[in-house]
Design a protein around this ligand. Structure first.
Ligand code: HPA
Length: 249
């Protein structure tokens, strides 16, 4: 059986249906991960859960120790990661509370520790990153969503900004011209690090708000919370359907 991890972002600090088996603190050569790794059963499948921003949710996107998180998951034998994250919607279909399963990334973040291949122990390797997200895992998530009749966007380009501030309207306009459908702050270097360690990686992006300048008025935390509440309930349904599929039993 393939060992699966779920990384939860804003709006998913814990998986309420997870029957916890154990919590582990793991030390890594890169420092401390965001939180304890929680092993537990979701449906009948054992999975590992990690709260990306810590529990409670305190670590800003640019301060997350992405290397420690991914290294820790590899230590636990994880072979697949489903990354759940809140995003802003840029293009028409990406309305608040909707879910997308992106297939491409553009990285606008900076100054993050973004590779394992930068010391004597890990000789320089240029990984292929043509398709940042694992196609089979994406296909399985798309199938799972269809099986519970949740309408998701089966593709989309995710633009990763530095945060923690939201973007200006001009930045979102530029991202749209670049081809971005979604904007988030944590997709990179997480996806690349998983690929460097050979872990299959796919994302469920939950749209919390329209990107800056795409709706009238300011983006409020109340609006974000409300949309995440709806979106995360659908994420839970997709995850359950995904796990009940034969390859995970
Ligand atoms: N921009 C970047 N990250 C986000 C947003 C946004 O508008 N909404 C939720 N995460």
């Amino acid at each position: 059986m393939t060992k699966l991890a779920i990384i939860g972002g804003t709006g998913l600090t814990q998986l309420s249906d997870l029957k916890i088996i154990q919590k582990e603190k793991i030390d890594t050569p890169y420092g401390a991960p965001s939180a304890e790794f929680i092993t537990g059963k979701l449906n009948t499948t054992e999975i590992v859960f990690l709260a990306r921003h810590g529990n409670p949710h305190t670590i800003a996107p640019h301060k997350i120790n992405y290397r420690a998180n991914i290294w820790g998951l590899k230590q636990l034998g994880v072979e697949q990661i489903i990354a759940v994250a809140a995003v802003g919607g840029i293009t028409n279909k990406m309305a608040p509370a909707h879910i997308a399963i992106p297939d491409q990334i553009i990285d606008y973040s900076y100054g993050r520790k973004h590779t394992f291949f930068d010391d004597e122990k890990h000789p320089l390797t240029h990984i292929d990153f043509s398709y940042p997200y694992n196609q089979q895992l994406r296909a399985a998530l798309i199938k799972a969503a269809a099986s519970v009749k949740i309408n998701v966007s089966p593709s989309g380009t995710y633009g990763c900004t530095q945060g923690p501030r939201l973007e200006s309207a001009a930045e979102i306009k530029r991202m749209e011209i670049d081809g971005c459908d979604l904007v988030g702050m944590t997709g990179m270097p997480e996806a690349a690090l998983a690929k460097e360690l050979g872990i299959d990686y796919a994302a469920l992006s939950v749209i919390a708000n329209w990107g800056a300048g795409k709706s009238s008025g300011e983006i409020t935390m109340a609006e974000i919370e409300e949309n995440l509440h709806i979106g995360m309930a659908n994420v839970a349904k997709i995850l359950k359907a995904f796990l009940s599929d034969t390859c995970h039993n």
